[in-house]
Design a protein. Structure first.
Length: 250
């Protein structure tokens, strides 16, 4: 493209059009690079976060209009299915062994959240609870979920060091989640018939911590260093072995 071509484009599309054109060309040229894949993932996360903020804002505006259908069909379940069947199976870690092990851990983690939360909702006992009973029930739910995915992980031969590292990484997030749940349960602003608004708000919080755990898993993986050397993990009859030297993360 020479100066005459650029001049013609300027006349036809203006400066904004030219900038847009160059952005499109840049994206096309970068499309097949690892850098672009990571960038796309970050952009996706930004959209998810912005979506969640809008959801919370909309809840505040609609206040008591949350129905039981909103609880049963909450976005958390769609996102869990999306992560289980689309995101987790494509996550790559530093070695083949760590990839299959962390994928398994995250799958068990997400399934526990979905199964236990659906059970809690379907029992409908929360609809008759006062503030203190609802808070206790939700804290019991959190503890049940944690116990379930940690037990399932160990029973699936996921190394204890991974389970312990993920637990330590999630401690601050869980503590914050408990504080937020307590605030929701004790807030008159969230009062509604059958505690529907409170449960809906709690589900929004749980959705955000799920995304946080998935995002943190790569950092946890990279922090383990050589403590997994020689470990073996079998998936569908195929055996994966952690190499003696783990590739350095640049």
């Amino acid at each position: 493209m020479d100066l005459k071509d650029i001049s013609a484009l300027l006349d036809k599309y203006g400066i904004k059009g030219i900038i847009f054109l160059f952005l499109i060309l840049s994206i096309i040229s970068a499309f097949n690079t690892n850098w672009f894949s990571k960038l796309l993932g970050k952009v996706s996360d930004i959209f998810v976060n912005k979506f969640m903020k809008n959801k919370v804002k909309n809840i505040k505006n609609t206040n008591n209009t949350i129905s039981e259908s909103n609880i049963i069909n909450h976005d958390i379940f769609n996102y869990i299915d999306f992560w289980l069947y689309s995101k987790v199976p494509t996550i790559q870690f530093s070695t083949e062994y760590r990839t299959v092990v962390f994928r398994k851990y995250l799958s068990l983690y997400l399934k526990s959240f979905k199964t236990k939360t659906i059970e809690f909702i379907n029992e409908k006992e929360y609809q008759e609870m006062d503030e203190s009973k609802l808070l206790k029930a939700l804290l019991d739910l959190i503890n049940d979920i944690i116990y379930d995915y940690e037990t399932e992980s160990l029973n699936s031969n996921i190394p204890k060091i991974i389970v312990d590292k993920m637990k330590a990484k999630n401690t601050d997030t869980i503590s914050l989640t408990i504080d937020l749940i307590e605030g929701i349960c004790n807030s008159r602003f969230n009062d509604s018939e059958n505690n529907l608004l409170k449960i809906y708000s709690v589900l929004n919080i749980l959705l955000s911590i799920l995304e946080s755990t998935i995002s943190n898993s790569e950092n946890v993986c990279n922090s383990i260093n050589g403590n997994l050397k020689g470990f073996i993990f079998t998936v569908n009859g195929k055996m994966y072995v952690e190499p003696n030297e783990t590739p350095k993360i640049l």
